[in-house]
Structure formats: C-alpha cells, structure tokens
Design a protein around this ligand. Structure first.
Ligand code: OGA
Ligand code: MN
Length: 311
C-alpha cells in the first residue's frame, strides 16, 4: 500500500482524532501494528520515534493506542528530550509530586528506579507496587504514560497491564448493578505509609506536596472520552472507598472489583528489552510492577500525559 493510501485509510477510519500541533513532515515511516495474543497490546514495528512523525503516521500510532490500549516500541534509542517531544503530541505533560525523582533539567520525566547511589535513591523505587492507573488521585487523571527502559535487571522486572474495559464488561450482573452510578474516592496517600514503612527511602511529604495530593472523587465506571467504551476506574493503589456506602460494604465491593479486574484473562505481561518504550492508556488499563530481586539494577524514565475529567 502506498503511504498515501495508508494515510487515507487511517484518516477515514478515525473520526475521533482531535486536532493536534505537531510536525508536518512529508512522507512517512514504513511500520506495522502487530497485536499481541493477550487480547490487549500491540507492538509497533519499524518506527523510529527519534524522528518527527508525519500527520498520517501519528494518526496510525494514535489509533493503535486507542485500539490496543498499550503499544510497545522496541529499540528506541531516543534522548529524554525526544521522549518528551513525542509524549507532548498527545497532550500536556504532568509533573510528578515527588520532585526528588525528576530527571535533572527535565521535570517532565520521573525516574522509576530501585538504584541507590551514595545512600540516595535515584528514582521512585517501588512505583507500581500495587495495581493502579497513573495519577488517578488528581482531578484530571492521566491519559497515558510512556515508560522508556534505561537499565534492566537480568531477572524479573516485568510490568503487567489489565484491561478495564473487558473487566467491566464481564462483571457479574449484581456487582455491575452495585457500582453503576457510584463515585469512588482516590488518594495518593492510600498506600503511602505502608510503602514508606516497607521502604525507608520514601520521602516524608512536605506541606506543599500534601496540598498537591488532596483526595478526589471519580465515577467508579468511566467512559473513554475517545472511544466511548466504558471501563472500570478503581484500583487497589489509589482507591480508598466508594462514596455513600457503609465502610465494610465499600471495602467488600472494592475487594471484589480488585480481584475480578486483575484476573489472568485481562492481562498482558510486558517483559522488558533494552531501549523499549511502552505507551499505555490510563483510561483503559491498570498496571502493576511485578518487581525484581533488590540487588539487580532497574531504571526507566516516565512521562505522563494529562487526560480529561472522568465521566
Ligand atoms: C509507572 C509504573 C511500573 C514498572 O512507572 O507508572 O507503575 O514496572 N511502573 O516500573
Ligand atoms: Mn504507574
């Protein structure tokens, strides 16, 4: 298929694409979208994210992200600035509250790492210890995140992604009825003290940091703003309770939702390779860091795109 034919096909099949500011390069890259067997996720093969994408190429990547919820780009030898530039084409970038772990001169990048240098952690060492959707504890949660491998352990360190559309669709009728129309409270502090106890490096939050992470309420089931599909929007990492229910009922319902949404059949397990860049949709998925032996070094860079008000 010629680049022109591809462009026409893609643009005509994507009525939901918003306008965006970006480079308009003539000619595209020759790449393919290859879905995984897991029922979610795809690899995008043959693209170099270090080069500005044409309008048609960007549209295909955007479409693949919406269709598959997590897309994997192998062997991306890109700089932090190129990572940021590509991420920005999808929206405004969020600055993480733990400024201790921003990459020097690039506050848009959060360092996710278990490495300790001179007694100081270089990054967030236990990011993703519990299932979560990034920044769901803010009034405007994240659209998606892009994680770029810098240093990988020889063993372990996988990231798991669970499809919250299929999780919602397959809920038993009585649980679906119990959560429809309900509002859930999300807090950055939900597991903070537990994690601080388990890992002595976690900083004590300043008054200014605490002010940035006030608890918020979001619908327990949200509608994806670009595809219209409904998805469960609660997670063990950040959801504390369901509004309007007695505490034990809320806990019981959440535990059932957490157990259901992380069943094997909804999961894609990413095994990292050097220079992988993985881009997921926080409106469609929750994710978890499987962890690796503590003596093995692991370091990744993350950008996080701001999303819409959930409805
Ligand atoms: C994150 C995260 C998981 C991992 O960076 O948002 O949850 O496997 N990371 O590092
Ligand atoms: Mn995360």
């Amino acid at each position: 298929m010629s680049a022109q034919a591809v462009a026409t096909e893609v643009l005509s099949s994507s009525s939901v694409l918003p306008p965006f500011a970006g480079a308009h390069t003539a000619g595209g890259q020759d790449f393919e979208v290859i879905p995984f067997n897991a029922g979610l996720g795809a690899e995008i093969v043959g693209i170099d994210l270090g080069k500005p994408l044409s309008v048609a190429d960007f549209a295909r990547v955007h479409r693949a992200h919406l269709d598959h919820h997590v897309v994997v780009f192998r062997d991306q030898r890109i700089t932090p600035q190129q990572h940021i530039d590509f991420s920005r084409r999808f929206g405004k970038l969020m600055i993480h509250v733990l400024h201790q772990f921003h990459l020097a001169n690039h506050p848009e990048i959060l360092i996710v790492s278990n490495i300790v240098e001179d007694g100081k952690p270089v990054g967030l060492g236990d990011a993703g210890k519990y299932w979560h959707s990034d920044i769901s504890y803010k009034p405007l949660p994240s659209l998606g995140s892009l994680l770029h491998a810098q240093e990988l352990p020889a063993e372990g360190g996988d990231t798991l992604f669970a499809n919250m559309h299929t999780a919602y669709e397959t809920l038993p009728a009585e649980i679906k009825a119990a959560i429809d129309g309900k509002v859930a409270v999300h807090s950055y502090l939900a597991k903070y003290d537990d994690m601080k106890k388990a890992a002595n490096w976690r900083p004590t939050l300043s008054a200014e940091q605490l002010a940035q992470v006030k608890a918020v309420s979001h619908p327990a089931v949200r509608t994806h703003p670009e595809t219209g599909r409904r998805a469960l929007f609660v997670s063990e990492g950040f959801t504390t309770h369901i509004e309007g229910l007695p505490e034990d009922e809320s806990r019981d319902l959440l535990n059932q939702l957490f157990a259901h949404s992380t069943k094997d059949e909804f999961i894609y397990r990413h095994q990292w390779r050097e220079h992988d860049l993985v881009f997921w949709d926080n409106r469609s998925l929750i994710h978890l860091a499987a962890g690796c032996p503590t003596h093995l070094r692991r370091k990744l860079f993350r950008t996080t795109i701001e999303g819409d008000l959930p409805y």
